[in-house]
Design a protein around this ligand. Structure first.
Ligand code: NAD
Ligand code: LMR
Length: 346
């Protein structure tokens, strides 16, 4: 374990001039690809805002501690004014001690030819102990975002080991899919991506996900009306979003990292800042029977927040086509849940 003082700040960790207490943010797998894109954005204030000091608590496995030490030196060398301290550790207790945001990235990424669900056997075991450590050591306001794949079911595993943490604190990341979908719609419509709103990912962060173009808008009008090509929306659009992660692995030889880190920042921002009128954010959250989805899955849904509490968007309608897609991704999540019963304590 190492404690890194604030850049340029000799002496106490808490000698910052800001009156605001630092928020502790944990990133697991911090020496990995996503970590390398994510940490600098957090430390620069992009995650929690330009006035919020941060303590970074960085978890790695022992063999990666040397690399993590190097990353911590680079954080120091950025002299980020908001970065009160960086703590590097391979111990769960230290990693989650007093943390308000647990960003669970650390895990093995898939290789070309694999589905994300193929990682359950490899990665599933990581998340139970982390959930238990979060319950024991994190701050009372802790929120957890699971990124490591398969992220929906890994989130379910972590949560099963921390039943005392309320349901509304658990998220897994479908924001990268939302951003991909928005980008595809904007390109097809020939408009800036800022014109696209209310595009949510339903279900699993996997090749069964349903990017709900039916309820999306472009320039305030229904996306299907603006695109004017139902065949493209039902076919190539969905497949492109579903398969984007695999295509990136094929092209890059490694899974998405900078765009994933960007989606982590967007996810947290979408939880802590009020949702714009007519928009929603895509987050996988614990289901409570919304839209007929079985209870107790971590399911991608459209969410709105006032910056303090969030709700699933109600009253959306879906065609029979969309309902079938949502049924497929639901079945996959039920199958994943059944496969990890032993990790859920059931
Ligand atoms: P990476 O291999 O570059 O880094 C992962 C890091 O995790 C490594 O440094 C490794 O040492 C560490 N690690 C492994 N087991 C750990 C454990 N038990 N505790 C702490 N750290 C541990 O991988 P990456 O590209 O950063 O991807 C990380 C994960 O994120 C993968 O599972 C990947 O599939 C997933 N991912 C999810 C999304 C999403 O949208 N949800 C997007 C991109 C990647
Ligand atoms: C992604 O969507 O890019 C990540 O989940 C990585 C992957 O395995 O596809």
């Amino acid at each position: 374990m190492a404690i890194w003082p604030a850049a340029g700040g000799a002496g106490s960790l808490w000698t910052m001039t800001s009156a605001t207490s630092p928020v502790h943010v944990t990133v697991t797998g911090a020496a990995g690809q996503i970590g390398y894109s994510l940490l600098f954005r957090i430390a620069s204030g992009q995650l929690l805002g330009p006035d919020q000091p941060i303590v970074l608590r960085l978890l790695e496995i022992e063999p990666a501690m040397g690399a993590l030490h190097g990353v911590a030196m680079e954080l120091d060398d950025c002299a980020f004014p908001l970065l009160a301290a960086v703590e590097t550790t391979s111990e769960l207790k230290t990693a989650f001690d007093g943390t308000s945001w647990a960003l669970l990235v650390g895990s093995v990424p898939r290789k070309a030819g694999m589905e994300r669900g193929d990682l359950l056997n490899i990665n599933g075991g990581i998340f139970g102990p982390q959930g238990a450590a979060i319950a024991s050591h994190a701050a009372p306001d802790v929120r957890v975002l699971v990124v490591g794949n398969p992220c929906n079911t890994n989130c379910l595993i972590a949560r099963a080991h921390a039943p005392e943490i309320p349901d509304d604190r658990w998220f897994s990341m479908t924001r990268l899919d939302q951003n991909r979908a928005a980008s595809q719609l904007a390109q097809r419509a020939g408009v800036p991506v800022s014109e696209v709103a209310s595009i949510a990912i339903w279900g699993n962060h996997s090749s069964t996900q349903f990017p709900d173009f039916e309820n999306a808008t472009i320039g305030g009008r229904p996306a299907p009306e603006v695109i004017g090509d139902e065949g493209w929306l039902r076919g190539e659009f969905i497949t492109t979003v579903q398969q984007r992660g695999a295509k990136i692995i094929e092209a890059r030889g490694a899974s998405s990292a900078a765009s994933a880190a960007n989606a982590v920042v967007d996810s947290v921002r979408s939880i802590v800042t009020p949702t714009a009128a007519g928009d929603c954010a895509s987050l996988a959250v614990l289901s409570h029977g919304e839209y007929g989805i079985p209870q107790g899955l971590v399911f991608g849904l459209p969410v709105r927040t006032d910056g303090t509490s969030w709700q699933v968007v109600e009253g959306l309608s879906h065609s029979e086509f969309a309902q079938q897609k949502i049924a497929v991704t639901t079945d996959e999540l039920l199958t994943e849940r059944a496969a990890v019963q032993s990790l859920l304590g059931g």
